[in-house]
Design a protein around this ligand. Structure first.
Ligand SMILES: [Zn+2]
Length: 224
């Protein structure tokens, strides 16, 4: 769950474990959103993440710093990926080094359910996240990594839907705001057209143009 400036909370599914880490803060201006300060914060992130089941973790302070370092490197690589530029070597080195460490070990629980072997370290958790990044960046959905289409939203997700037409971080949030704005724009152009109708000599022409604009907006909105 994320919190909007309005205070409303909304669900954001970035579609991949490694992208879920990007919601915890980031380099530069994203530092402002930092939530990984102490071991309990990384444990809480793992609970919120798509890891199933939640691994039992023992995390050190050094591993929290490492989590921030991995996240910032991943952030750098993803932003460059979105711009279609070559990957920065330094950031790739961080991701690859973390991915090379032992990851969370999967296990079969006594009840036959999926489990993780014993208590895992923060290092294992981060290795799993870094490997997920390697799979995402080199896999079939690499070209489906996108930033939300809203101007004031930088959330990054991978569109794994079959049609591949996802545009928003969340339909509940940016998708809805866009819809509301499109409806308002249509209403104000409709009332502008009404006002134009009462102006002698301008009415018909204005109205036709407004109608065209409405139809165009309507068509665009259907793609939401
Ligand atoms: Zn958004």
């Amino acid at each position: 769950m994320l919190r909007a400036r309005s205070g409303a909370t909304y669900r954001f599914d970035p579609g991949a474990l490694c992208l879920e880490l990007l919601t915890t803060g980031g380099p530069g201006v994203y530092r402002h959103y930092e939530v990984l300060h102490q071991p309990a914060d990384l444990v809480a992130w793992a609970e919120r993440s798509r890891l199933e089941p939640t691994p039992e973790l023992e995390v050190s302070d050094a591993e929290v710093s490492e989590a921030r370092r991995l996240r910032d490197a991943l952030f750098g690589v993803v932003l460059v990926h979105l711009r279609g530029e070559p990957y920065p070597g330094k950031e790739l080195d961080v991701i690859n080094a973390v991915a090379a460490r032992p990851a969370l070990a999967p296990a079969v629980g006594v009840d036959g359910e999926r489990a993780w072997a014993g208590v895992s370290s923060g290092t294992q958790l981060l290795a799993t996240v870094a490997r997920d990044a390697v799979e995402l960046l080199t896999g079939p959905f690499a070209h489906r990594i996108r930033a939300c289409a809203a101007d004031n939203c930088q959330l990054v997700y991978v569109d794994t839907s079959r049609p591949g037409r996802r545009r928003w971080c969340s339909m509940e949030h940016c998708g809805n705001l866009h819809k509301v704005r499109a409806i308002r724009a249509r209403q104000s152009s409709a009332s502008a057209a009404d006002a134009a109708d009462s102006t002698p000599g301008l009415g018909d022409r204005e109205d036709g143009r407004q109608r065209q604009r409405r139809q165009r907006d309507g068509g665009r909105e259907d793609q939401v």
